[in-house]
Design a protein around this ligand. Structure first.
Ligand code: GSH
Length: 219
């Protein structure tokens, strides 16, 4: 499988991370995203008219959209990463996969604004990012109260991988992760998974802070 990849793209990192966790080996095809904008050139637009990365090619199959690629990798190599134990789990997985695109358009756009000087209303992007983080924090607190350490179940699913990178990189866009202890514990749990790989440039300071106080009996 070939991944059209940009090393500092959180969306590409989702795919690299899922592949590493699922034990799938990828052939990486580096794309000159910045400054070359190769993803908007004729070769890559013929694969993905939306002009975005990642793109996965597996034989004749061309897949775009990171969430779809995560589902494909899990379906091929790691079915336990699909939250399909019940209709509720399947629906929750879809809910968080959809939610992950809000992280991309808020925290991801704030990051591009701050790091690559992309135009945009940084205040509005940060506010949207903070709203999304609060929603994620509330969801994770609710899960912990039910004894679950991840977004769908007590084991990670593609939904966790879809949400993790843009959250972990929020400080690049000027959004602090300090107010979110449940996000901190969730990030740590993901980082502790066998096969976890880092993304260059991802911030770890948030996760190195002291343990938050938790209610007794909560995981
Ligand atoms: N919905 C897409 C969004 C991916 C995305 O935003 N990718 C960024 C790189 S991290 C991109 O290609 N942006 C195009 C651009 O900024 O020109 C997905 O999840 O695959």
């Amino acid at each position: 499988m070939r991944l059209y990849d940009y090393v500092l793209s959180p969306s590409c990192y989702k795919v690299r991370l899922m592949a590493a966790l699922a034990g799938v080996s990828l052939e990486l095809r580096p794309v000159d995203f910045h400054p070359g904008a190769e993803h908007r050139g004729p070769e890559l637009l013929s694969l993905n008219p939306a002009g975005s990365l990642p793109i996965l090619v597996d034989g004749d199959l061309v897949l775009t959209e990171s969430s779809a690629i995560l589902v494909y990798l899990a379906g091929k190599a790691a079915l336990q990463w699909l939250g399909r134990a019940s209709p509720v789990d399947a629906a929750r997985e879809q809910q968080w996969l959809s939610f992950s695109s809000r992280l991309t358009t808020s925290l991801g756009s704030a990051r591009l604004h701050e790091m690559l000087l992309r135009p945009g209303d940084i205040g509005a992007l940060q506010a949207a990012g903070i709203a999304a983080l609060r929603e994620l924090e509330a969801g994770l607190v609710e899960q912990r109260l039910q004894g679950r350490a991840f977004l769908v179940a007590n084991a990670p699913t593609v939904a966790d991988i879809a949400c993790f990178p843009y959250v972990a990189l929020a400080p690049d866009g000027g959004v602090s992760l300090d107010p979110y202890p449940a996000i901190r514990l969730w990030s740590r749990a993901l980082r502790a998974l066998p096969g976890f790989i880092e993304m260059p440039g991802i911030h770890r300071l948030h996760e190195l802070k002291p343990e938050p106080l938790l209610e007794p009996g909560v995981v």
